[in-house]
Write a protein that binds this ligand. Structure first.
Ligand code: ADP
Length: 736
């Protein structure tokens, strides 16, 4: 079970003897002095204890404590005991790699101290270190760069080519033919030297010369056809892989995106796939060709002169072991290079998206420095890799030349000494050696590409293996047309293990009712909405629609019945018409216009030169804030969902626009269940009840008047808002 780390026997025995059964235990990676080494935290029913390797224990009675807390430090964190008196004390420290486990332990301890029921999620956290070589992982549960299952990745890569197997077979056939034609010329040389030059007879010269030309033409044909086929296969693979990755991304849970930068994902889809392409289009076919040649030439050499072949084979172990050494050293560096590149993408996309903020704050120089630093670190790792690679290939070449010299030396003595080797045979031999060493040298080059491709493939596959969001339970039913009653029953939820964001929410929203969600920023309002949309599942408790728990409903047909109008409307590149039709692409033009009129958007749309066909840029570029809002309201009206989530804009718009927005919103919210994150009194007044959130808990529920009378959290919020508005000299939206 999670939270039961093994402890030294001495420690467990002593704890059990003196304080009773150990309920929970967790090991830290830092010892009592803050150095790397184990220490242990354990909880019995009555005591909390910290132990070390030697069996020493420091125990504190739970009843003396008012709580425990985590202090996050620079490279580590610590758990602190807060006593009932004014006293605090560090219990244990740990590196950042152990943060989630300790966060959960902290929550469990607080539950025990407060006498609450302890809740521990079933799922064990993924490993932060490689289980076999202990290398720290890029992210928990990721593959270790040193221990990537190469064979598995290659098999998987090849399986991507399965749909095109006929073309792959043709490619293999052409590779074999190409290998044969390339092996012909040294053999022809042997005959020209022995049968023409040394025999001083030109009779057979035209035949041998003709054969040489024929072989060269055939090799050319094979080369060109292979090139064409490679380009097609490589291209189709990249196309399929990118579109597979993109559609997979659309299906992933939001949690996945919470933890990753968009740049990293873009890098995976563009950059890593490009590496794969490079390997598959240039590397793999040559590997096929050269492997075939390698085997063929080894046979020919043996048949020409077995002793000389042994000399030729001398450098082979150096070349192969050298290649292995190279792979093991370069492979982890490849991962660092990819990580540096992903960071570059992230910083670049932030710089472009955030250009306004950068300019407003005059942070251009700082931004330049951030980007330049990233560029520089990618440059350093890249140069280091290239230099290692260059050095390796040059040494390889040198070893090969030694082999060739040895072959001339031994071969010449065997020709002169009459050991059965002719001059033509020796010349053919030397010709073959280069063809023989060629693949060997090539294998090292392929290794270099292979390392890049393998790293890319691993990242691509790990994205493809990410569990998609469609996690309907087997007996999930189609919800049909929902009425829209929403029930939260004792819902607990945390984005990150141990940091609870919703702490036991209980409330009902009746079908057709409009409720407002109120609370300070960070109180958990958006999180409640995320749970209604089932972007996340609660850790415990349930969210039900019309009395049915969400996991029992098929996700897709349920989500289609939720409309969302966000503070920052999400518009896509395309025409205004496409954007309004986003949730109902089959809607007629007349329906779109009706929705736009209801949203007070029609007037400004037709005032534009291209009307509904006006192209809007990325994220609605070219439209004002109020216009974007109205388009998104029109979209929701057209969609006509039984449940509507409304996240009102906080930014002030001019009075005229605000009035129009209010009217549009009032039309939108009629006759459906609405949960509004409300900022304006007009919305709050329209709402039949207000749910007031405070630090993840539902603090109050009631109408505006009831809550003002109660003079609790809500009344305080209204007071603060009034004072702020007075200070800003603005219209008082909370107290009309
Ligand atoms: P509100 O909408 O009331 O401003 P939220 O529901 O957005 O509050 O946030 C509640 C808490 O959850 C905050 O402490 C916030 O930092 C945290 N939080 C919100 N989204 C995430 C996320 N994706 N990952 C981790 N923590 C989050």
């Amino acid at each position: 079970m999670f939270l039961s780390s093994p402890m030294p026997e001495k420690t467990t025995d002593r704890l059990q003897r003196e304080f009773g059964q150990v309920r929970y235990s967790l090991s830290s990676d830092l010892d009592g002095k803050g150095a790397f080494g184990p220490s242990y935290l354990a909880a019995t029913d009555t005591h909390l204890a910290v132990g070390d390797e030697a069996g020493n224990i420091r125990a504190i009675a739970m009843k003396e404590l008012s709580s425990v807390r985590i202090d996050e430090l620079f490279a580590s964190a610590r758990l602190v005991a807060v006593y009932k008196g004014p006293k605090e004390e560090q219990l244990i420290s740990y590196t950042k790699a152990r943060v989630p486990e300790f966060a959960l332990f902290c929550r469990v301890l607080n539950d025990i101290i407060k006498g609450k029921e302890v809740f521990i999620p079933d799922e064990t956290p993924k490993a932060a270190f490689c289980p076999s070589c202990q290398t720290p992982l890029r992210e928990r549960g990721a593959h270790c760069p040193r221990c990537v299952p190469r064979l598995k990745i290659i098999t998987r890569l090849l399986s991507l080519l399965r749909p095109h197997r006929n073309k792959v077979l043709l490619l293999i056939f052409l590779s074999a033919l190409n290998a044969l034609t390339r092996m012909g010329p040294p053999w022809v040389t042997k005959h020209i030297v022995d049968d023409v030059i040394r025999a001083t007879s030109l009779v057979h010269l035209p035949f041998w010369a003709g054969l040489m030309v024929g072989l060269t033409v055939l090799a050319l044909f094979c080369d060109i056809s292979m090139g064409f086929l490679n380009a097609w296969l490589g291209g189709i693979l990249v196309r399929d892989l990118r579109s597979k990755l993109h559609s997979h991304l659309q299906e992933l849970r939001l949690e996945y995106f919470d933890k990753r930068d968009s740049g990293e994902l873009v890098a995976r889809i563009m950059h890593d796939v490009a590496f794969l392409h490079h390997f598959l289009i240039d590397g793999l076919p040559f590997l096929l060709l050269n492997s075939a040649m390698f085997i063929g030439i080894a046979f020919v050499l043996l048949s020409l002169d077995p002793w000389l072949t042994l000399i030729v084979l001398l450098p082979v172990p150096f070349l192969l072991f050298g290649g292995r050494w190279f792979y093991e050293h370069v492979h982890p560096a490849r991962f660092r290079y990819h990580a540096a590149f992903s960071r570059l993408f992230t910083v670049l996309s932030e710089s472009i998206r955030g250009v306004k903020a950068v300019k407003v704050c005059s942070r251009e120089q700082r931004r330049k420095k951030v980007f330049d630093d990233c560029c520089h670190s990618a440059f350093e790792i890249g140069v280091n890799l290239e230099q290692t690679f260059m050095g390796f290939t040059r040494v390889t070449m040198f070893i090969m030349s030694l082999g060739v010299t040895a072959c001339w030396y031994v071969g010449a003595s065997r020709v002169v000494g009459g050991a059965g080797l002719t001059l033509g045979g020796l010349m053919a031999f030397v010709g073959y050696i280069w063809l023989f060493y060629g693949p060997l040298q090539w294998f090292t080059v392929i290794l270099n590409w292979g390392t890049q491709a393998m790293a890319g493939a691993e990242r691509v596959f790990s994205l493809l293996d990410e569990k998609p969001e469609i996690y309907d339970e087997e007996d999930a039913i189609d919800p049909g047309t929902i009425k829209g009653a929403i029930t939260f029953k004792d819902v607990h939820f945390s984005y990150e293990r141990g940091k609870e964001v919703i702490k036991g929410a209980n409330f009902n929203v009746k079908a057709g009712e409009m409720v407002g969600l109120v609370g300070k920023s960070g109180a958990g309002k958006s999180t409640l909405i995320n749970l209604v949309c089932r972007f996340y599942d609660p850790d415990s408790g349930s969210v039900s629609i019309d009395g049915k728990e969400l996991p029992k409903l098929k996700l897709s047909p349920f989500r289609r019945q939720i409309g969302v109008v966000l503070q920052e409307p999400v518009l896509f590149q395309g025409t205004i018409l496409d954007n309004i039709r986003f949730a109902r692409p089959e809607a007629t033009f007349a329906e779109v216009v009706r929705a736009a009129r209801a949203a007070h958007a029609h007037e400004f749309i037709v005032a534009k030169e291209d009307g509904y066909d006006t192209l809007i840029g990325e994220r609605g570029k070219g439209l004002s804030g109020g216009e974007k809002q109205r388009i998104s309201i029109a979209r929701a009206i057209l969609h006509d969902p039984p449940i509507l989530i409304l996240d009102e804009a906080t930014s002030s718009v001019d009075v005229e626009t605000e009035k129009k927005l209010q009217e549009a919103t009032a039309r939108l919210v009629k006759d459906r269940t609405v949960i509004a994150i409300a900022h304006r009194l007009s919305t709050l007044r329209n709402a039949s009840r207000l749910i007031v959130m405070e630090e993840g808990e539902v603090a109050e529920i009631g109408t505006h008047e009831e809550l003002m009378e109660k003079d609790g959290v809500y009344a305080k919020l209204v007071k603060i808002q009034r004072e702020n508005n007075k200070l800003r000299g603005e219209r008082e939206v909370w107290s009309e």
